[in-house]
Design a protein around this ligand. Structure first.
Ligand code: MG
Length: 328
């Protein structure tokens, strides 16, 4: 292929923003935690730190940095303390939440300088047992212990896994998720991210759950969505959520990661695919999609892993060629 490189949606024409879409979407980047946690390749600390710094430089407003889960359980993130320490110069000025599964994890995170944490709960008993080694009541006890041990005014993001379906239990009743989200917000969490951990939601079911949440008095501004592209539905589900008023979307650079506790789950929504779509719809994110692609392409090469993102696959070569031409 030769000639010009058309590498932005605007190259193919622009349209005014659809008024049913938010003006600005906060892209919450999970590649360094949810992504790398679920890749078999072990990535060295310095590569993780560079990955995180490059994502911030690409304009991502929140980059989840790591997880203080037990090192034997998730060896990919056994270096959480080192990663956090290596980011200490930017922790005060950037949003770099760190996941903690329990009070021990919180203590490690605080020792390493964490300024914001994330916790997760399962909508289903089966996944609570599989992932947290406890039941639905037990996970609430663990969460309340973490909240009670928090320094004053520290911000907490909550995740709910299996909001639309579970590999052991099948469909999940929206009322169960609504009750759990209310509980989490009542504990003071700044936002709750609704996870489609195995990628089985549809736009209709996304709308159903968000409508019920709104009806229960949950402000859409307190919600994020976390879609998996297992069945190719992540972008469609994202549009459905945005039209309901959600404006925080989780995604993973390069589509890194899946979920080791649910074998069928592959593929977080890729940040590049999300930003490309929002750019094309006239929705601002502050994220430079080309910089995200450069970052994913670099990491893919380091990990010897193919790029999963469609947008990154489509554009990585053209962007590299343009960069090359500029340098020479
Ligand atoms: Mg995920």
């Amino acid at each position: 292929m030769s000639g010009q490189h058309f590498t932005e949606p605007a190259d193919y024409g622009t349209t005014p923003r659809d008024p049913s879409m938010p003006e600005f979407v906060t892209v919450y980047e999970v590649g360094a935690r949810d992504g790398l946690q679920n890749e078999s390749t072990l990535v060295p600390v310095d590569v993780k730190v560079e990955f995180i710094r490059r994502l911030l430089a690409a304009g991502l407003p929140a980059v989840e940095a790591t997880s203080f889960v037990h090192p034997l359980r998730v060896p990919q993130l056994a270096d959480a303390d080192e990663v956090a320490t290596a980011l200490s110069d930017i922790l005060p000025t950037h949003r770099l939440p760190m996941l903690v599964p329990n009070v021990r994890g919180l203590e490690r995170a605080l020792d390493a300088g964490a300024r914001e944490i994330a916790v997760f709960l399962s909508a289903t008993e089966s996944f609570a047992k599989e992932n947290l080694g406890t039941d639905l009541a037990g996970q609430r006890v663990m969460t309340e212990q973490v909240i009670a041990a928090l320094p004053a005014a520290m911000s907490v993001r909550g995740y709910v896994s299996m909001c639309w379906g579970d590999p052991w239990e099948g469909a999940v009743a929206p009322a169960v998720v609504v009750e759990l989200v209310r509980y989490m917000l009542d504990l003071g969490m700044r936002e709750v991210s609704l996870g489609d951990t195995i990628g089985v939601a549809s736009p209709t079911r996304v709308e159903e759950l968000l409508t019920m949440l709104g009806g229960a008095g949950v402000p859409m501004s307190a919600l994020a969505v976390h879609f998996h592209d297992t069945y190719g539905q992540a972008l469609a589900n994202t549009v459905a959520a945005l039209r309901c008023g959600v404006s925080i979307v989780d995604s993973s650079a390069g589509g890194l990661g899946g979920c080791p506790f649910a074998r069928s789950a592959t593929g977080n929504l890729a940040t590049e695919d999300l930003v490309w779509m929002l750019d094309g719809m006239g929705v601002r994110t502050g994220v430079d999609v080309h910089e995200v692609i450069r970052t994913s392409a670099w990491l893919s090469a380091v990990m010897k892993r193919p790029l999963v993102s469609r947008t990154a696959t489509a554009l990585a070569a053209a962007i590299a060629e343009d960069d090359d031409r500029r340098e020479h």
